[in-house]
Design a protein around this ligand. Structure first.
Ligand code: NAI
Ligand SMILES: NCC(=O)COP(=O)(O)O
Length: 338
């Protein structure tokens, strides 16, 4: 029996940004998966017209089996915007719409209608401007699926960078680096590198928090008091861990060759390295969730919306990865939240 192909939901993101554009661009390709865009079908039709993309949009009709995507067609699970969309112009009136697209995707993944969700970028600020506290998809998905601990990881074919903390003001980072939280992060990262990426004995390089990994305690004590004792414990269990290494020198060729993933202590410690190496071609995957969620590596690029100059490379890679995880590891349950 051939393996059934997955149905992948694509949330089209902030409607004034490039999410609709890149979704329509991805729809111009053939896929060995059924793609279902979630968003306002009239807004998507208008964007296709603006971009001169010959995509025919039809309301999503669930079938008994997923059908491979054919270029130039797109099924849309429709939900209406509240206010007319002008590309490039944010409107807090559409914040609830953006969250509704996420809720529909989560529900579809949980009920089995979708095997994965792929997210186009949202504008975190405009959701907050609408009076809804929102840090990011990562935290929203954790809350909505009742998952206590998740891990953000960005990946290219050469480098994976996971984060010990996500969207936090820098001043709150040290307090969030606790032994318990770091242990859960490392267990989830380790389990998912094996379960979703097929790496049998993953090698993880852990960065320090402070400059020079604390310089023997003279530039901070988190390495001595929290990170090192935890790494020793997990190494004694058989995990292959290096660190804590100074972040400024840890991405050297030898260490890169010896690492399946890096764990950075905070967002802007690890992600600039990855984005400098391959911005626009990486993916962002949320580890630890009971559903498959993969996202693009970039934001809403408001200035490019409706212009035709946004690149769909990261979304293409993201759909590919979501499809292969949904096909190869459909029942993978991550450790660390047990
Ligand atoms: N997964 C998500 O939902 C993400 C959302 N964001 C949100 O996006 C908003 C804007 O963030 P920024 O820091 O300005 O980052 P951004 O990625 O939107 O833009 C940074 C630069 O890259 C360019 N760029 C981005 N994506 C591109 C693409 N596909 N093709 C061509 N050029 C592209 C932009 O034009 C801009 O020059 C923020 O609200 C942020 O929170 C940022 C990252 C991820
Ligand atoms: N820099 C990555 C990012 O901000 C994406 O966050 P999320 O919306 O995927 O949680």
């Amino acid at each position: 029996m051939p393996t059934p192909i997955p149905t992948i939901a694509i949330t089209t993101g902030e409607p004034a940004g490039i999410g609709p554009d890149i979704t329509l661009m991805a729809a111009m390709r053939a896929w060995d998966a059924e793609l279902v865009a979630i968003g306002d079908i009239d807004m998507l039709r208008e964007r296709a017209r603006l971009l001169n993309l010959p995509v025919s949009l039809t309301p999503y009709q669930p079938g008994p089996q997923a059908r491979p995507h054919t270029p130039g067609h797109l099924s849309v699970l429709h939900t209406s915007v509240s206010a007319t969309v002008i590309p490039g112009q944010l409107n807090p009136a559409n914040a609830h719409y953006v969250l509704k697209t996420l809720d529909l995707a989560i529900e579809g993944c949980r009920t089995g209608s979708f095997q994965a969700m792929v997210t186009a970028p949202v504008q975190k600020s405009v959701i907050n401007d609408a009076g809804i506290p929102f840090s990011g998809h990562t935290e929203y998905l954790a809350e909505k699926t009742g998952t206590e601990h998740v891990v953000m990881m960005l990946a290219t074919d050469k480098l994976r960078v996971a984060l010990a903390t996500t969207h936090l003001p820098l001043k709150d980072v040290p307090a969030a680096i606790t032994r318990e939280s770091l242990e859960r992060t490392l267990r989830i990262l380790h389990a998912e590198l094996t379960g979703k990426f097929g790496i049998t004995r993953p090698k993880i390089t852990v960065l320090g928090l402070n400059p020079h990994a604390g310089e023997g305690g003279h530039l901070g004590r988190e390495e001595i008091e929290i990170i090192t004792p935890l790494l020793e414990k997990l190494k004694n269990e058989g995990m292959q861990l290096a660190g804590p290494l100074p972040a400024d020198t840890a991405f050297n060729p030898e260490q890169l060759a010896n690492s399946d993933a890096y764990l950075a202590m905070y967002h802007d410690q690890g992600l600039p390295v990855l984005k400098f190496s391959r911005f626009g071609e990486a993916v962002n995957i949320t580890l630890g969730l009971p559903i498959v969620r993969v996202s693009v590596d970039h934001g809403t690029a408001l200035g490019l919306a409706g212009e035709g100059s946004a690149k769909a490379g990261s979304l293409i890679t993201t759909i590919d990865l979501a499809g292969s995880i949904a096909t190869c590891a459909p029942n993978f349950v991550p450790a660390g939240n047990a």
